[in-house]
Design a binder for this molecule. Structure first.
Ligand code: SDX
Length: 437
C-alpha cells in the first residue's frame, strides 16, 4: 500500500512578518490522518518544525501496523488484534508482519520449520553469558548478548543483500526465546536447556525456561496458549519508542543485531516496555484496596513523580485493545491454574475501576495499557518480575525486524538526523584560564 498525493488538499503556510506564503503538499495513506509534507520546509522557509517527543510527527510511511488511538483500534497488516489473538498463533503473526499476508498452510509449515531450525545458539555464545554477574538484570544481559550476535553471525550483516536480511531476520526471531531463557536460567545458576524441535514456539520457550535435566518437563498447554497470545499482543505497535530506535539505528546502515540491541535498550525504560515490571512493583507498593485513593491522589499531584504505571498512552485515548484481551487472558489463566482469587488481580481490577471513574484520568483519557495486566499473568505463570520486559522484547523482536526491513527497502529512506532549537550561548571567544573569574 503506497502513499497517495492529494495535492489539491495543500496547506498554505504564511510568514506573517514577511507576507511570504508556501504551499505544503498533503499526502494521504490508506487509512488514518493525512500528513503535511514538510520535507522542503527548511530549504524554502529557513525554519524547522518543533515537536519534542514527536507528538505530531510522522517519521516514515509504513504498511505494517495501524493504530486508531481515539477508537482503540490496532491492526497488523489490516487484521484486528482481537481476531489475531483469538484465531492465530505467534509464528503465523510473525509471517504476517514480515510478508504482509497470512500464510497458506504450505507457507506456514515452511516458515515454522525455518524458525524451529534456527532456535539453537552458537555454542561459543553460551560462554558469553558467563561474563555477567548472576544477579545482573536479564534486560542488561539481553542487550549485551543480542548486540554480540553480530560477532558470531558474520554471514548475514550486509543489509543491502535481501538474503542476508532474511537470514538475520529469521535468526533474530528464532533465537530470542533461547537467549531470554538462558538469561533467566543463568540468573538462577541453572544449566542452559537446548531447544526442542518437536515443540512449538511458545511451548519451546516455556520448556527452555522451566525444564530441568533431572526429570521430564511437560509444558502446560494453558500456559503455552497464554504465552502465545501475549506474544501476539506485543508483536508490533507502529512507531513506538523502541521501534523508532531500531529504525534510526538502522538508518545509519548498522547491522540488524546492533539495531535490535538498541531497541531492547530503549524498551527497558519504565515509561515503555519496562512498565509491566513497574506495574507489579506499584501494585505491591499499594498493597491493599484501602490504599488506592492515596496513590490515585499521588498520581494526580504534579509535585509527586509517582505515575500510575500501566495507565496512559501516547496514542490510545481510549482503551488499549490489547489491555482488554490481556484482562480476559488474566482471568482465564488464573482460573485454569486454579488460582481462585489473586489479591493483585483484585487490586488491579479495583484500581482500574476507581481510576476510570476519576475526573483526572477521564479528562486526560488515561486508560489501562498493554502493560497493566501482563505482569499479573506472567506472575501467575511463575515468571519472575525481572523477566517481564524480557518477554516483551522477545515478542516485539518480529515487529522490530519487520519495521527494519521495511525501512531498508524504502527508497525514500535517509539517515535519521533531526535538527533542534538552539538555546545555548551565541558565539563567544575563548578566555585564557588565567583570565577567568
Ligand atoms: C508502552 O508507544 C507505544 O506504542 C508503546 C507501547 C508499545 O506497544 O510499544 O504501547 C508500550 O510503552 C505502553 C506504555 C507503558 N508505560 C506506562 O504505563 C507508564 C505510565 N504511563 C505514562 O508514563 C505515560 O502515559 C506514557 C509515557 C505512556 C505516555 O506519555 P505521553 O504521551 O508523553 O503523555 P504525557 O506524559 O504528556 O501525559 C499527558 C498528561 C500529563 O499531565 P499534564 O502534564 O497534561 O497535566 O497525562 C498525565 C501526565 O502527567 N499522565 C499521567 C499518566 N500518564 C500520563 N498521570 C498519572 N499517571 C499516568 N500513568
Amino acid at each position: 500500500m503506497k502513499q497517495k498525493d492529494v495535492s489539491e488538499h495543500t496547506f498554505t503556510l504564511t510568514n506573517n512578518d514577511t507576507g511570504e506564503s508556501w504551499e505544503l503538499p498533503v499526502i494521504e495513506g490508506s487509512v488514518g490522518p493525512r500528513v503535511i509534507d514538510v520535507r522542503r520546509l527548511y530549504a524554502d522557509t529557513g525554519h524547522f518544525t518543533y515537536d519534542p517527543g514527536y507528538t505530531s510527527t510522522g517519521s516514515c510511511q509504513s504498511g505494517i501496523t495501524y493504530i486508531d488511538g481515539e477508537q482503540g483500534i490496532l491492526t497488523y497488516r489490516g487484521y484486528p488484534i482481537e481476531q489475531l489473538a483469538q484465531h492465530s498463533d505467534y509464528v503465523e503473526v510473525c509471517y504476517l508482519l514480515i510478508y504482509g499476508e497470512l500464510p497458506t498452510q504450505e507457507q506456514k509449515a515452511k516458515f515454522d520449520h525455518r524458525i524451529t531450525y534456527h532456535t539453537m545458539l552458537h555454542e561459543q555464545l553460551h560462554k558469553f553469558f558467563q561474563g555477567f554477574r548472576r544477579d545482573s538484570h536479564p534486560m542488561a544481559v539481553m542487550v549485551g548478548v543480542v548486540g554480540a550476535l553480530s560477532a558470531f553471525y558474520h554471514d548475514s550483516l550486509d543489509i543491502a543483500d535481501p538474503v542476508h536480511r532474511f537470514v538475520a531476520s529469521t535468526r533474530m526471531i528464532a533465537k530470542m526465546p533461547s537467549i531470554a531463557a538462558n538469561a533467566y536460567r543463568y540468573s538462577l545458576g541453572m544449566p542452559f536447556v537446548y531447544p526442542r524441535n518437536d515443540l512449538n514456539y511458545s511451548e519451546n520457550f516455556l520448556y527452555m525456561m522451566f525444564s530441568t535435566p533431572c526429570e521430564e518437563y511437560v509444558v502446560n498447554p494453558v500456559l503455552a496458549h497464554a504465552m502465545d497470545r501475549i506474544l501476539i499482543l506485543h508483536a508490533d505497535h507502529e512507531q513506538n519508542a523502541s521501534t523508532s530506535t531500531v529504525r534510526i539505528a538502522g538508518s545509519s546502515g548498522a547491522n540488524p543485531f546492533a539495531c535490535i540491541a538498541a531497541g531492547i535498550a530503549c524498551l527497558w525504560g519504565p515509561a515503555h516496555g519496562g512498565a509491566n515490571e513497574a506495574v507489579l512493583g506499584m501494585l505491591e507498593q499499594i498493597g491493599s484496596k484501602e490504599n488506592i485513593p492515596e496513590f490515585i491522589k499521588r498520581a494526580k499531584d504534579k509535585d509527586d513523580p509517582f505515575r500510575l504505571m500501566g495507565f496512559g498512552h501516547r496514542v490510545y485515548k481510549n482503551f488499549d485493545p490489547r489491555a482488554k484481551v490481556m484482562r480476559q487472558t488474566a482471568h482465564e489463566v488464573l482460573k485454569d491454574l486454579g488460582i481462585k482469587d489473586d489479591p493483585l488481580l483484585d487490586l488491579a481490577m479495583e484500581l482500574e475501576r476507581i481510576a476510570l471513574e476519576d475526573e483526572y484520568f477521564v479528562s486526560k483519557k488515561l486508560y489501562p495499557n498493554v502493560d497493566f495486566y501482563s505482569g499479573i499473568i506472567f506472575r501467575a505463570m511463575g515468571i519472575p518480575t525481572s523477566m517481564f520486559t524480557v518477554l516483551f522484547a522477545v515478542a516485539r523482536t518480529v515487529g522490530w525486524v519487520a519495521q527494519w526491513n521495511e525501512m531498508v527497502e524504502d527508497p525514500s529512506q535517509k539517515i535519521g538526523r533531526p535538527r533542534q532549537l538552539y538555546t545555548g550561548h551565541p558565539e563567544r571567544d575563548y578566555i585564557d584560564i588565567k583570565k577567568r573569574g
